[in-house]
Write a protein that binds this ligand. Structure first.
Ligand code: ADP
Ligand code: ZN
Ligand code: ZN
Length: 743
């Protein structure tokens, strides 16, 4: 007799363990590890689904009390064994239920049928066709004549063409098939979201530095499973050829009969990346992302399983592509926030990728011009191998100047553009070169506030101020709530109420006012929310339909516009005011990446950073494009404050719609954690409970407790205890808890 251990598809902490069931004899060949099954559950024997994670010969308890699996769910996708192993790790590392972890590693849950391609072929000779045509003409069978005339010349046609272009009905096709005039052939095929035809060949010879980096990484690739993952960090300035190095390593991976996963941080970068990879690797490349249909997604995973493709390009969920022989994972722009999941489990792609490399023997290659503090720290301490690319093949690093906006005011320049930036914009307009202006806020202005009483208008559902837009409305950037900007202050009745600060819309308006001859495009959340919005704006700018592109961080990432010779960063300090400990790092990364957009072609680029805090180290180092200097300063700060990467940190987010209940629960939980600390984890640091910077979102109240420790294992164990408390406590109705491991 065979038994299965099953994780049920209910994400409840109390059901977070495997349940033992008997596999009926007749189902034995239909059920394996990873199969989704249907079982009777609980007292009422309700039918629910679950995944088989283990099969054994030994019952897990009294065999007379065990129930039988009802059936295998044939419509569901199965989970690969190695992904189940990964799910166990995710569960433990990120303190979530196994069901949540399994859901994470199965991005496509349903099987979806292949598409069927039908081809119509002429089944008779040309002469016979001529005769038939004459015959059908006589009997006035116009559709038959149309089709045979077409097929006489080209022999084969797809059924779609026959139906769409020639307007032939299925019954006509059947009739012609039964008289033997044509053949209808059916072929099963996979959907393929990538279709580039006739791309030019791709021939690049790596320069010496690139070759040295690629070779030294290739030497370490032995595809052997190991406790210690083989991880490399390529720290290379923007445009230094990291992508060329990735492709060289992928080439070896494929030669060795292995496959590669390539992660990119932004869906908007898919097009240019896939095009580049397709040039080199032809139809071995595919993509996976949220813009694909369910059928397209399912088919890419099937193609991966069958070895039809060797490279998949996508966001963090592409990690779960079921390749048989994974040999390499590349994470481009590894510092990007997009690699961290916003939903439970809040996993980081970098860490999950490293674990997947342990399990499969694959190699992990991270690349960035501004590595995350974590990765650079790991490279310094020897956990990762560090490689440098220090020069650009095309173009030169831009010249950067920092403008102190306080001085502009003193010199009577009230414009949002400094004198220097204005003069440079004019110069570029004359030379017909392009400019990018970056501002880290969408909308027209910042918050709406009253100059007499100081009232700032808040969202009724969230603990944030509403932001002014140029359609006369104020919008909540968290929940989307909007209302008209009032003419009078709702508190004191003053008419001096208006939006303060600047956003992308205002920059666009002011550019049009100060430079009426300039053609301007704007790229932000509001202009790209339509499908294809990104590509439209980017290609319009690439085709010189505009002189100036105004945008949020969307315009900063990875895009390659050779004719941009000026980048203006309008309020460099904005992200410095964020309350997270990573604010300086984010600022440095944004500024450096933005600066990297200038001067990618023949002309030298120039960057103007406008700021009210020119002495801040993140702005100073970004202006010098000196990563090392920034890293040293930032690391000293993290050391002093015991923040990651020096210490491990877990944030516990506690949420409820009932604020009173929330505070009571949070206090009790804090007491419990403090008691545990005294008993078992003396070195652990506990901060809070505290209100997070945004203490209410969408009518749900939020509180935080922060745990820090120099020993990560201790943090994970503490999280386990807290989970257990939740599992056994009755008092948690109406409360949700989320763990966020910062890394
Ligand atoms: P990164 O990924 O580091 O930003 P890329 O790989 O995109 O850099 O390279 C920037 C540009 O320089 C690309 O157009 C690329 O084709 C070109 N390039 C890089 N290395 C070479 C080389 N060895 N020979 C010719 N062109 C190169
Ligand atoms: Zn007022
Ligand atoms: Zn809101």
């Amino acid at each position: 007799m065979k038994f299965a251990n099953i994780i049920v598809d209910i994400s409840h902490e109390k059901l977070d363990r495997p349940f033992g069931y008997i596999i009926p004899k007749e189902l034995e060949d239909k059920i394996s590890i990873g199969t989704q099954i249907v079982i009777p559950f609980g007292k009422g024997n309700r039918e629910i689904t679950g995944y088989v994670i283990e099969i054994t010969d030994k019952p897990s308890f009294d065999i007379n009390k065990m129930k039988y699996i009802i059936r295998a769910n044939e419509g569901a996708a199965t989970v690969e064994k190695q992904l189940i192993e990964l799910a166990w790790w995710i569960k433990k590392e990120y303190s979530c239920t196994m069901n949540q972890a399994l859901k994470t590693v199965i991005p496509v849950k349903k099987k979806i049928k292949n598409i069927q391609k039908k081809t119509i072929t002429l089944n008779i000779s040309e002469e016979e066709a001529e005769e038939k045509i004459l015959k059908y003409k006589k009997s006035n069978a116009k559709a038959k004549v149309r089709l045979l005339q077409e097929l006489k010349d080209i022999k084969h046609m797809s059924k779609e063409l026959v139906v769409d272009k020639l307007n032939i009905s299925p019954s006509t096709l059947k009739a012609l098939e039964s008289t033997g005039d044509i053949l209808i052939e059916i072929e099963n095929s996979y959907r393929n979201p990538v279709n580039f035809n006739n791309l030019e060949r791709y021939d690049i010879i790596l320069n010496e530095q690139q070759k040295a980096v690629a070779d030294s990484i290739k030497k370490t690739m032995d595809y052997k499973k190991s406790e210690k993952a083989n991880v490399h960090l390529i720290y290379g300035i923007t445009g230094s050829g990291k992508t060329e190095v990735y492709m060289d390593i992928i080439d070896k991976t494929i030669h060795d009969g292995k496959q590669a996963i390539v992660l990119i941080p932004e869906i908007a970068l898919t097009y240019q990346t896939v095009k580049r990879f397709t040039r080199r690797f032809k139809d071995k490349v595919s993509i996976i992302n949220s813009k694909l249909s369910a059928g397209e997604k399912y088919d890419q995973f099937e193609r991966a399983k069958r070895g039809e493709i060797s490279i998949i390009i996508g966001p963090r969920s592409a990690l779960f592509t079921p390749f048989e022989n994974l040999g390499l994972i590349v994470i481009d722009e590894e510092h990007e926030g997009a690699y961290k999941s916003e939903n439970v489990p809040k996993y980081h792609a970098r860490e999950v990728a490293a674990k997947l490399c342990n399990i499969t023997g694959a190699t992990l290659v991270l690349g960035s011009a501004t590595p995350s503090l974590e990765s650079y720290f790991n490279a310094q301490t020897g956990k990762y191998k560090l490689h440098r690319l220090t020069s650009r093949e095309k173009g030169k690093l831009a010249q950067v100047s920092v403008v102190d906006m306080r001085k502009e005011l003193k010199n009577d320049n009230k414009s949002m553009f400094s004198m220097e930036l204005k003069q440079l914009i004019n110069d570029r307009l004359e030379k017909k070169q392009q400019t990018m202006l970056f501002i880290n806020r969408r909308g027209y202005a910042g918050f709406v506030s009253c100059r007499e009483c100081g009232e700032a208008v808040k969202c009724p559902h969230c603990d944030v101020t509403l932001k002014a837009h140029n359609n006369g409305k104020m919008v909540c950037h968290y929940c989307g709530y909007e209302e008209p900007i009032p003419r009078l202050c709702p508190k004191c009745g003053s008419k001096y109420i208006a939006g303060f600060g600047i956003g992308t819309q205002k920059v666009e308006t002011m550019i049009k006012k100060e430079f009426p001859q300039a053609k301007v495009l704007r790229m932000d959340f509001d202009t790209t929310s339509r499908k294809g919005g990104h590509e439209e704006i980017l290609s319009a700018f690439a085709n010189h339909q505009a002189d100036i592109l105004v945008g949020t961080q969307m315009i900063v990432k990875g895009h390659d516009f050779p004719d941009v010779t000026l980048v203006g960063i309008l309020a460099a300090d904005m992200s410095l005011y964020a309350s997270d400990y990573t604010a300086a790092e984010k600022t440095f990364q944004l500024l450096t990446q933005a600066a990297g957009r200038a001067g990618r072609g023949k002309e030298k680029g120039q960057v103007v950073i406008q700021t009210y805090s020119p002495d801040n180290y993140s702005i100073e180092s970004a202006a010098k494009q000196d990563y090392e200097e920034f890293y040293q300063e930032e690391l000293a700060y993290r050391q002093l404050m015991q923040y990651p990467p020096v210490a491990a940190m877990t944030e516990i987010l506690i949420q409820s719609e009932d604020e009173e209940l929330l505070d009571r629960f949070t206090d009790a939980l804090t007491k419990y954690i403090n008691k545990l600390k005294e008993a078992k984890f003396k070195q652990l640091m506990i901060i809070g409970p505290a209100k997070p910077p945004v203490a209410k979102i969408n009518d749900v109240y939020r509180r935080m407790i922060y745990l820090k420790s120099l020993d990560k294992e201790k943090l994970i164990r503490m999280s386990d205890y807290i989970q257990e408390l939740i599992n056994t406590s009755q008092k948690v109705k109406g409360i949700t808890l989320q763990f966020n491991v910062r890394e």
